[in-house]
Design a protein around this ligand. Structure first.
Ligand code: SF4
Length: 175
C-alpha cells in the first residue's frame, strides 16, 4: 500500500517512518496513564488497564516491519490559544479516523495507535458491555507504552515545531 499517498490525501502536515526494531515500550510512559493525571484511564476499552499490558504491545510491535508516523501541525495565536489547541486536536482526531479507515481497508492487520483515547463512539461501552467496534479501536500511543518524543526522533520527525505551534502525533505499525 502507498501509505504516504494515503497520509497526504488525509492532509497530515508531517510524516516519518522507522523500523519497528527501534520501537520499545516504556514502563514509565505506561505508568503515567494511571498516575491520576489522565482523565480517560479506566474509562475506555482502548485505554489501560483494559487495552492490554506492555508485553502484548511489544509482541505486536515486533510482529510488524515498519512504524509510520503522522502529525497534524497547527499554528497558534500564542501559547495561551486554548481554542486553537482544541481545534487542532479535533482536526487530528478526525484525520486519524479517516486515515485508519483507509489504511485498514487496504490491510486490516495494521495496528493504529492514536493520540488520546478512542473516540469512535460518543460514549464508550466500557465497562458494562463489549466494545462496539473492536476492529476499529484506537489505543493511544502512551497507552501502548510509547514515548512519543523519542519515537519522533527515531523517525526523524520534529516533536516540537517551534514557538506558537502545536503538533499531534499518531502512528501505524504495518508490514
Ligand atoms: S470503539 Fe467505541 S466502544 Fe470500542 S473502545 Fe472505542 S469508543 Fe469504546
Amino acid at each position: 500500500m502507498d501509505i504516504q499517498a494515503i497520509a497526504d490525501s488525509v492532509g497530515f502536515e508531517q510524516t516519518g517512518e522507522c523500523s519497528t526494531s527501534l520501537v520499545k515500550v516504556n514502563k514509565q510512559v505506561r505508568e503515567m496513564c494511571g498516575s491520576g493525571r489522565c482523565p480517560t484511564f479506566d474509562t475506555n476499552w482502548a485505554c489501560p488497564p483494559a487495552c492490554g499490558d506492555l508485553d502484548y504491545y511489544q509482541e505486536r510491535i515486533d510482529s510488524y516491519r515498519t512504524c509510520f508516523l503522522v502529525q497534524t501541525v497547527g499554528q497558534l495565536e500564542d501559547s495561551f490559544d486554548i481554542e486553537g489547541i482544541e481545534e487542532y486536536a479535533k482536526l487530528h482526531a478526525e484525520r486519524m479516523k479517516a486515515f485508519a479507515r483507509k489504511v485498514r481497508d487496504e490491510d486490516p492487520s495494521v495496528m493504529v495507535l492514536g493520540t488520546g483515547t478512542c473516540t469512535n463512539c460518543a460514549e464508550c461501552t466500557y465497562p458494562n458491555a463489549p466494545c462496539r467496534f473492536p476492529d476499529e479501536q484506537m489505543t493511544s500511543m502512551e497507552g501502548a507504552g510509547i514515548w512519543v518524543s523519542d519515537l519522533c526522533s527515531k523517525a526523524d520527525v520534529p516533536y516540537n515545531h517551534g514557538p506558537n505551534t502545536i503538533a499531534y502525533t499518531s502512528c501505524i505499525m504495518m508490514n
